[in-house]
Design a protein around this ligand. Structure first.
Ligand SMILES: [Zn+2]
Length: 241
């Protein structure tokens, strides 16, 4: 289970549903649809939706990049708008990035927050996670700067480092350092180079290695290590037969 990023805007500006929808379309146009959870068939009839969603305009169903909500829910206390305040929740698609969970694409979230500040009068952007008790905090310039400084220094290493040991990994022919271990199974150990996204699988018994480069993966959809593991199994099986 990963922690997903969550974001919402607090503003005293008045919005119609139509205006929120137009802003949502602009937001997706600016950043691309991959960054948001867009669900055309999302029915607004579940208990949670009924409680949180502001009644949508007739004939425009589904979940969009921006939606007006009655309150912000999280793995902690709900946050409710003050009198005269509107909450616009951003349906981000991606993992959270923060101190102790250096996983998601922080710079994307900072760019979205900045875009929202330009487009929404008196916007205060809040940012948090959906689980593990990571609650939303004001995502102001000071906090964003502190996180960006941490990201520039550490990137995703603290998170990836959790997979551990690069002591006996194969050397990446392109980057130089040894690849980090990224798990394994069925008699194989998987490795990954954070410098170029090359992945490989190594047979524990024979030490034989199958490498899948980033370019290689364009014609092999799926995670690199799984492609490598499958090819290695096929190669060893063919030799054994
Ligand atoms: Zn590399």
């Amino acid at each position: 289970m990963g922690v997903d990023a969550q974001m919402f805007v607090r503003t005293r500006a008045q919005f119609t549903q139509r205006a929120v929808r137009a802003l949502s379309v602009d937001l997706v146009e600016a950043f691309g649809s991959e960054m948001f959870l867009l669900l055309p068939d999302w029915a607004i009839d579940g208990e949670w939706e009924r409680e949180t969603e502001v009644e949508p305009e007739a004939g425009v169903p589904g979940r969009h990049a921006l939606r007006m909500v009655r309150r912000y829910t999280q793995d902690g206390d709900d946050i409710a708008p003050d009198a005269g305040e509107t909450f616009l929740e951003v349906s981000l698609m991606g993992r959270y990035y923060g101190l102790g969970y250096e996983r998601g694409q922080l710079h994307d979230y900072i760019a979205v927050a900045e875009w929202l500040e330009y487009r929404i009068p008196e916007a205060a952007v809040w940012y948090g996670g959906d689980s593990s008790g990571i609650c939303a905090e004001p995502f102001n310039k000071a906090y964003r700067g502190a996180l960006m400084a941490h990201f520039a220094r550490h990137g995703h290493k603290p998170y990836r480092g959790a997979f551990g040991d690069r002591g006996n990994g194969p050397v990446c022919g392109f980057c130089g350092p040894r690849m980090s271990s990224s798990g394994g199974g069925q008699g194989q150990t998987f490795f990954y180079c954070a410098g170029c996204s090359t992945a490989c699988a190594r047979d524990d018994a024979s030490g034989e290695v199958e490498v899948v480069t980033r370019e290689d993966r364009h014609s092999n959809p799926g995670s690199g290590v799984f492609v490598a593991a499958k090819r290695l199994r096929a190669r060893l099986a063919e030799r054994a037969s």
